[in-house]
Ligand binder design. Structure first.
Ligand code: CP
Length: 324
């Protein structure tokens, strides 16, 4: 584990756009680096100087609490200058396109752009137009790589490994970039992944990603080591995917009764934001012995520090954030 400024042997990419094409070694390098930042974040003085002089711009076209705040904290704790561009008060509201906005910010010489956008593929498109490193903070229903990394770090710190664990991902998988990034990561790292959802909320041909599909919570949660709940993403739904919230909670909301078939030490996870009483019962969400939901949030800062740190490290034969 290291968080010094030596080149990272296993992660040497210009951007972090997704998990799908990462190797196990690259994921391990990101997780090991993040692990090294956890203690720094628990100290009274949380600041270091790895990224002094660097500039990080958060460009969020969709709402966020956790991801945007933790990227801002991560950049500041590493000594970088960071700004949050407010899309609602920007010239995007006057009709400026995504690419013109990106080129405008690019002209100000940032080192990293952290981008969230409602359209799948928009962050990759933007990365092809700018000189800075780009981190995908969530694009449509495609990927949310730093969420999967922080979930993996939480699991690894609690269980000591990812390999061989059974992870049940439950709820609105159809619209979930979190589910997609987690499926990629967990498969790459040798975990078994089950999807548990009503047929209307399962993407077609999801089995091709190497997951088991269940429509019944008791079957899907049986002996699971990790139970990861997902929010119903009403903002991405055109039309009705579930008969009613009440019925959805009855069949798919996580309660102690449904959890009873999982492994006795199964961890309860949720990427947030949570809808209590829809996909998860409040008592289960707040169970300090089983729920690691706030630990996920804490480790999210360390993971984002690791992403910024590794992307900014000098690499032989590659341009860095300073000279891209
Ligand atoms: N999990 C997650 O991405 O949360 P935010 O939308 O609050 O960033």
């Amino acid at each position: 584990m290291t968080n010094d400024t030596a080149p990272s042997p296993a992660f040497a990419r210009p951007h972090l756009l997704g998990i799908e094409d990462l190797s196990a070694a690259e994921i391990t390098s990101l997780l090991d680096t993040a692990d090294g930042f956890v203690e720094q974040n628990r100290r009274p003085d949380k600041k270091s100087a790895q990224l002094r002089g660097r500039t990080v711009i958060n460009l969020f076209f969709e709402n966020s609490t956790r991801t945007r705040t933790s990227f801002e904290l991560a950049a500041k704790r590493l000594g970088a200058d960071t700004i949050n561009m407010s899309v609602s008060s920007s010239s995007i509201k006057k009709g400026e396109t995504l690419i013109d906005t990106a080129m405008t910010l690019n002209a100000m010489q940032p080192d990293v752009l952290v981008v969230r956008h409602a359209d799948s593929g928009a962050v990759k498109l933007l990365s092809e137009k700018v000189k800075s490193a780009v981190i995908n903070a969530g694009d449509g229903s495609h990927e949310h790589p730093t969420q999967a990394l922080l979930d993996a770090l939480t699991i690894r710190r609690r269980k000591g490994r990812l390999h061989g664990l059974t992870v049940a991902i439950c709820g609105d998988v159809l619209h979930s970039r979190v589910a997609r990034s987690n499926i990629y990561l967990l498969n790459i790292m040798g975990a078994r992944v089950r999807i548990v959802a009503p047929p209307t909320l399962v993407p077609s041909e999801i089995e091709r990603l190497g997951v088991e599909v269940h429509h019944d919570m008791r079957n899907g949660l049986r002996d699971a080591d990790i139970v990861m709940m997902l929010r119903l993403q009403n903002e991405r739904m055109n039309g009705s995917y579930v008969p009613s919230v009440r019925e959805y909670f009855h069949f798919y909301g996580l309660t102690y009764e449904k959890l009873s078939v999982a492994s006795p030490d199964a961890l309860i996870m949720h990427p947030g934001p949570m809808n209590r009483g829809v996909e998860i019962d409040s008592e289960v969400a707040d169970d300090i012995n089983r729920s690691v939901i706030l630990e996920q949030v804490e480790l999210g800062v360390a993971v984002r520090m690791a992403c910024l740190d590794l992307l900014m490290r000098p690499r032989a034969g590659a341009e860095t954030g300073a000279d891209r």
